[in-house]
Design a protein around this ligand. Structure first.
Ligand code: CMP
Length: 139
């Protein structure tokens, strides 16, 4: 089925001017970028987005990092978009990421891992609505 998923190009990647190279990976995999914006999150906004990780030891570091520099939030659309995006991203820790994946090629560490992608249909819907109004998504 055609799905939509929320993707974020993280500060370590926007800082290194990798937005286009990462978008090329998505498009080569058949994912369409149907919404996209560059924004600089506040730490509070990052905290809200990652609220599910609130009790984790890395939560504060994660929120500071995500608010440190601009990110690019985007909606990717395509057949099995949620799983496909996760394949293209590779494992969370770049040390475990497969060859050819975004995290293998670009990520610096488990924290500065270049991209975020929704992990399930429910979280995708929730995360898309965190960043985008319906009218901003043009399929
Ligand atoms: P992401 O898919 O954005 O979802 C939660 C993020 O927490 C994850 O990617 C990692 O970047 C980050 N994360 C996971 N484990 C750690 C860790 N041990 N230290 C710092 N950040 C982490």
């Amino acid at each position: 089925a055609i799905e939509r998923t929320l993707s974020i190009i993280k500060p370590d990647a926007t800082r290194r001017n990798l937005t286009g190279k990462i978008n090329a990976k998505f498009e080569e995999a058949g994912l369409r970028i149907v919404a996209q914006k560059r924004i600089h999150l506040t730490k509070d906004q990052a905290g809200k987005f990652y609220e599910v990780h609130k009790e984790r030891p890395f939560y504060d570091e994660l929120c500071s990092f995500m608010a440190s520099e601009p990110v690019v939030a985007q909606v990717l659309e395509g057949e099995r978009a949620i799983a496909k995006n996760r394949e293209v991203m590779g494992a969370t820790n770049p040390a475990n990421a497969a060859d050819g994946t975004i995290r293998k090629e670009f990520a610096l560490s488990v924290g500065e891992n270049s991209v975020h992608g929704s992990d399930a249909p429910e979280t995708a819907a929730q995360e898309i609505s965190f960043f985008f109004a319906g009218l901003e998504i043009v399929g």
